[in-house]
Design a protein around this ligand. Structure first.
Ligand code: CP
Ligand code: NVA
Length: 308
């Protein structure tokens, strides 16, 4: 069974193949209306379940459109409307869904729910975000960086703000694609030590620098994300905003990075909080390319999972 659960759990060569395929599929569609199928309809006759236990715009639409472009069909399900949200176990749900569909994508809260689903499913499972990681996003982000600046190997990526689920997948990607990371943010919101160590064990550097200006020196890419994630409690909001204010990505901060440094944000953004409009709408901002590349990267991930 070939699941796509996390970037560090997938071979580096498979990750590279996924991005090569994603770029080729993107190029092949140039100028083609979005609603038309790819010439190579790899998912023809296949049914894909998309389960959401949290809100989503990009993940939901890009997976749904991606499956259709590949000639397949989707079932978009919300956890609360399934028996899953009313006491049925994840294991039973996994086994039942496996009798109906060829692939399952899930966005959920606890990572254990994803792992249990994958454990019991007899079809591939894709991680569409958990509290802990967001691998599909970072596959799209690496693809986006390389489209604009060439190979990401040896480049310096600076994460500013909360060391959250998206930051975790960046750390996984650093180890697999060979780029260096700097985390800048308050100590209370540091990324998980396990993920920092994992990246370092693969030979890349991961530095934690509290001063944001010092952190972005020489950056090829600066990345921000929301200061309060979907799984964070609202009571932490006020405290987070006070702590994270100094880590806002604004034009002044970007002026200390390389002149051609790209800016990324997985979206949705709280404009004026983690990043200013000036940065988000600047010439070096690639936020909408990232969103588009979710579609292409995930099509390649689905094909990888199904061996197509
Ligand atoms: N970036 C991302 O995953 O967006 P959604 O929450 O809209 O899916
Ligand atoms: N860190 C954010 C990412 C949203 C796509 C969250 O988990 O809410």
């Amino acid at each position: 069974m070939t699941h796509f659960l996390d970037i560090h759990k997938t071979d580096a060569s498979a990750l590279r193949d996924i991005l090569t395929k994603a770029q080729a599929m993107k190029d092949a569609r140039l100028g083609q209306p979005k609603g038309t199928p790819d010439k190579d309809a790899a998912l023809e006759g296949r049914m894909v379940a998309l389960i959401f236990e949290k809100p989503s715009t990009r993940t939901r639409v890009s997976f749904d459109v991606g499956v259709r472009q590949l000639g397949g069909e989707t079932l978009v399900l919300t956890g609360s409307e399934m028996q899953l949200g009313h006491g049925e176990t994840i294991g039973d749900t996994a086994q039942v869904l496996s009798r109906y569909v060829d692939l399952i994508m899930i966005r959920t809260f606890e990572e254990d729910a994803l792992l249990e689903l994958a454990d019991h499913a007899t079809v591939p499972v894709i991680n569409g975000l958990t509290n802990r990681t967001h691998p599909c996003q970072i596959m799209a982000d690496v693809m986006t960086f390389e489209e604009h600046r060439g190979s990401i190997k040896g480049k310096k990526v600076v994460w500013a703000g909360d060391g959250n689920n998206v930051c975790a997948s960046f750390l996984h990607a650093a180890g697999q694609f060979g780029f260096d990371m700097v985390f800048t943010g308050p100590e209370t919101l540091d990324p998980e030590a396990e993920f920092v160590e994992l990246a370092r064990s693969k030979g890349v550097s991961v530095d934690v620098i509290r001063d944001p200006v010092q952190a972005v020196q020489g950056a090829d890419l600066v990345v921000a994300d929301t200061w309060v994630s979907m799984h964070d409690s609202l009571t932490t909001k006020e405290r987070r905003h006070n702590q994270l204010g100094p880590y806002q990505v604004n034009a002044e901060l970007m002026s200390h990075a390389k002149p051609d440094a790209l800016f990324m944000h997985c979206l949705p953004a709280h404009r004026g909080e983690e990043a200013t409009n000036e940065v988000m709408d600047s010439a070096n901002s690639v936020i909408f390319d990232e969103a588009e590349n979710r579609l292409h990267a995930q099509k390649a991930i689905m094909r990888y999972c199904l061996g197509l």
